[in-house]
Design a binder for this molecule. Sequence first.
Ligand SMILES: CC(C)(COP(=O)(O)OP(=O)(O)OC[C@H]1O[C@@H](n2cnc3c(N)ncnc32)[C@H](O)[C@@H]1OP(=O)(O)O)[C@@H](O)C(=O)NCCC(=O)NCCS
Length: 176
Amino acid sequence: MAVTYYKRFRMEIELGRRLATPALPTEYSWIQWRDDLVDIHAQVKYRCFHGELDSNVFACLGELDGCRRLMHEIRRKPGFLPGATWLIATPEGCVATIQGVVDRNGLGSIQNVGVMAPFRGQGLGRALVIQALQGFREVGLMRATLEVTAENQGAVQLYRSIGFLKCRTLFKAVED
Ligand SMILES: CC(C)(COP(=O)(O)OP(=O)(O)OC[C@H]1O[C@@H](n2cnc3c(N)ncnc32)[C@H](O)[C@@H]1OP(=O)(O)O)[C@@H](O)C(=O)NCCC(=O)NCCS
């Protein structure tokens, strides 16, 4: 069986002082984590990642059931952090999602950042990441981390523009 190796970057950021909650476009709002939103996060995640590069790297992201399984897994992690887990709602429904957990090393770990295609380019991705970082700060964490596929230049640029620095290169093997 053929294997494709995807280059991935681990990026980290020092968590400094608290910043203001990022402003959203008029009529958009933040939705804080509640357990009954697990399926909404899964549906939004699916609609953000389906057909995108990362659904080749993590097949579960390309399928609704896969996103449901993944959301339940994230929810069950011992370090799951409601304060770093958000949806953005618009008059047309929820369009963007992020989840955060505290990893085994005590770092804030951003799980999946997704904005549905028609809503990109208005600062929602940046707002989600900053909002998750606030959640990490609020529980006293000093550093946060994430992983990104190197080819996903928009996402790499987003994280760099917030202050994340590349600290490691990894290769994820995916069976074709
Ligand atoms: C990556 C993603 C979350 C960005 O969301 P977004 O709402 O469009 O991002 P923003 O509007 O907040 O952009 C903030 C900054 O990120 C960078 N950026 C975002 N998309 C970019 C693109 N396609 N190309 C280059 N830079 C990009 C820019 O620096 C931008 O700042 P600018 O608007 O001042 O130029 C979105 O494209 C997405 O959901 N993609 C599919 C899922 C995915 O790959 N998620 C990342 C997993 S690691």
